[in-house]
Design a protein around this ligand. Structure first.
Ligand SMILES: Cc1cc2nc3c(=O)[nH]c(=O)nc-3n(C[C@H](O)[C@H](O)[C@H](O)COP(=O)(O)OP(=O)(O)OC[C@H]3O[C@@H](n4cnc5c(N)ncnc54)[C@H](O)[C@@H]3O)c2cc1C
Length: 497
């Protein structure tokens, strides 16, 4: 017999996973299908900022910035392990936006979202503080302001994990390949490893990000027809500076570039804005983007780096909407939820655009819209409910790290920090039986153990090496080829396959 769901969600990025969690918590029967791995699309390729988007004030996007700043506060509370405050240094540069204008923008940024828990803007000298040490001479003054930093891929996964806990069916490596209305419902064809199955859904949400036009087309709809696809790439470099702060640089072309501390030993640098018409699955760093980003590094930092210094890179595609004649930077980062009003047909909602930062609010609105058509009146609930592992009580992240080190003295410090940030309070469940290193099973290197890998496969929908080392963790940055091979071999032989 065909399975029937209240809601079928297409796309396991941040929006699809956030919607699945919200909808399952409101009592809907939910199926989420993702054609590859969770977060394998745009949602693991962002700059990883939980931010209002200071830059968007220039485009008078006050509504978007206000909502995103409010969400920043909410997310810092519900995912304190995955999201940490980030102090951002914004050097004042001659011939760029004047200091007074930036100061006004930052004042608005500090106040637009209402009460904030993060430190407000301050001014600092770059000649007498460590923040100026790695920078090329030129700027002498900077503003320091606050935003948040997130492990974007894990944010997606934990939403999906929570949805699963509440009864949602989460199917990775499963693609929606056909969709048609059938007796007031949707009949969906799902393809996984070449095998086709069907299911029935009373409603469908298209959360396919930059693939949304393709999914719309399956339903003979054109909501996403005017989507503009813009590729953004980041490079990872050996640490460019000491300190936990990030930089936001004003590039001469009017764009901004971020440098952010990454995975302890590295600096993340980006991003680009390259309009594309190609399949988003092919997104990868281009030669032009490499040159653009490396010249940005040498413009602002004392380092002179070349392509061979790039340790890793990743690219993602933004699905933006608006006037395609505008520059990519000028297109809105806000989202639109489009649903036919026709109550005679089964509900189909398309999501266009969006940001990681606003995913929870987007999910809330999307589920409310679809619920109204399904006759479900359950109230939104996600604003105060922590994501798995985020129930810190009165503890801070530092407290949790200290407890992790105390409980597992055989973890080295860097690993204890990594594990506490990835799993939050769940770290004590995952390693509950571990009394010594010997209890962790195979050591794949850099503290990545069999116990952790088994947990990720069993509980977090990981199935391949890439899922494990690039999305559930970023341990891929630290493992060498032999260590990755060891993991590959272990996976091939393991009973999980
Ligand atoms: C370079 C860059 C930097 C960014 N930086 C930030 C930032 O710092 N902060 C911020 O808040 N936002 C940022 N964003 C925006 C943010 O990343 C996106 O808005 C968000 O990730 C979009 O999520 P999504 O779920 O809509 O799309 P995706 O993450 O792309 O998810 C869509 C999923 O649908 C799946 N799919 C497609 N077709 C099918 C099908 N037929 N069947 C099944 N599955 C299918 C895909 O495989 C994909 O996983 C950035 C974006 C880019 C590109």
């Amino acid at each position: 017999m065909q399975q029937e769901f209240d809601l079928l969600i297409i796309g396991g990025g941040i929006n699809g996973a956030g919607i699945a969690r919200d909808a399952a918590g409101r009592g809907l029967s939910v199926c989420l299908v993702e054609q590859a791995d969770l977060a394998s699309g745009t949602s693991s390729a962002s700059t990883k900022m939980i931010h209002g988007g200071l830059r968007y004030l220039e485009y008078y996007e006050f509504g978007l910035v206000r909502q995103a700043l409010k969400e920043r506060e909410v997310l810092l509370k519900i995912a304190p392990h995955l999201i940490q405050p980030l102090r951002i240094i914004l050097p004042i540069l001659p011939k760029m936006r004047p200091a007074w204008l930036i100061r006004i923008g930052l004042w608005i940024y500090d106040h637009l979202g209402g009460k904030i828990s993060l430190p407000k803007t301050s001014t600092l000298s770059l000649t007498s503080t460590p923040e100026g040490a790695a920078l090329k001479h030129g700027p002498t003054k900077a503003f320091a302001y606050s935003d948040g930093w997130v492990d974007d891929a894990r944010l997606v996964v934990l939403n999906a994990v929570d949805a699963d806990k509440m009864g949602a069916k989460v199917l990775t490596n499963t693609k929606l390949t056909a969709l048609q209305p059938d007796q007031g419902k949707w009949l969906a064809e799902l393809t996984s490893n070449g095998n086709k199955t069907t299911c029935i859904a009373r409603s469908v949400i298209n959360a396919a990000g930059p693939w949304a036009d393709k999914v719309d087309a399956l339903a003979c709809l054109k909501h996403a027809a005017h989507m503009v696809k813009v590729q953004g790439s980041h490079i990872v470099l050996p640490k460019l500076y000491d300190g936990e702060h990030a930089y936001l640089f004003q590039n001469p072309d009017g764009r901004v570039l971020f440098a952010i501390p990454f995975q302890g030993d590295y600096t993340l640098f980006g991003t680009t804005d390259t309009p594309i018409t190609d399949d988003p699955s092919n997104a990868q760093l281009t030669t032009q983007e490499t040159e653009y980003l490396l010249s940005g590094v040498s413009r602002f930092f004392k380092h002179n780096l070349s392509e061979k210094d790039i340790v890793w890179s990743y690219s993602g595609v933004r699905a933006l909407f608006g006037d395609p004649q505008k520059s990519a930077a000028a297109l809105s980062r806000d989202y639109e939820l489009l649903m036919d009003d026709n109550t005679g047909t089964p509900a189909f909602l398309s999501i266009l655009g969006g940001k990681v930062t606003t995913y929870r609010k987007l999910a809330e609105k999307a589920v409310t819209m679809v619920s109204a058509r399904l006759g479900n009146n359950a109230e939104p609930w996600t604003e105060t409910k922590p994501l798995p592992g985020g129930d810190f009580g009165n503890d801070s992240l530092s407290d949790l790290i200290a407890r992790t080190q105390q409980q597992y003295p055989f973890f080295d410090k860097a690993n204890a920090i990594r594990l506490a940030k990835a799993y939050g309070t769940l770290v004590f469940d995952i390693f509950v039986d571990a009394q010594s290193q010997d209890d962790l099973g195979v050591d794949f290197g850099c503290g990545f153990s069999e116990v952790e890998v088994r947990y990720l496969i069993k509980n977090e929908f990981a199935s391949t090496v890439d899922d494990l080392i690039w999305r559930r963790s970023k341990i891929g940055l630290h493992l060498d080829k032999n260590q990755i091979k060891k993991l590959q071999d272990w996976l091939a032989q393991s009973s999980f396959k």
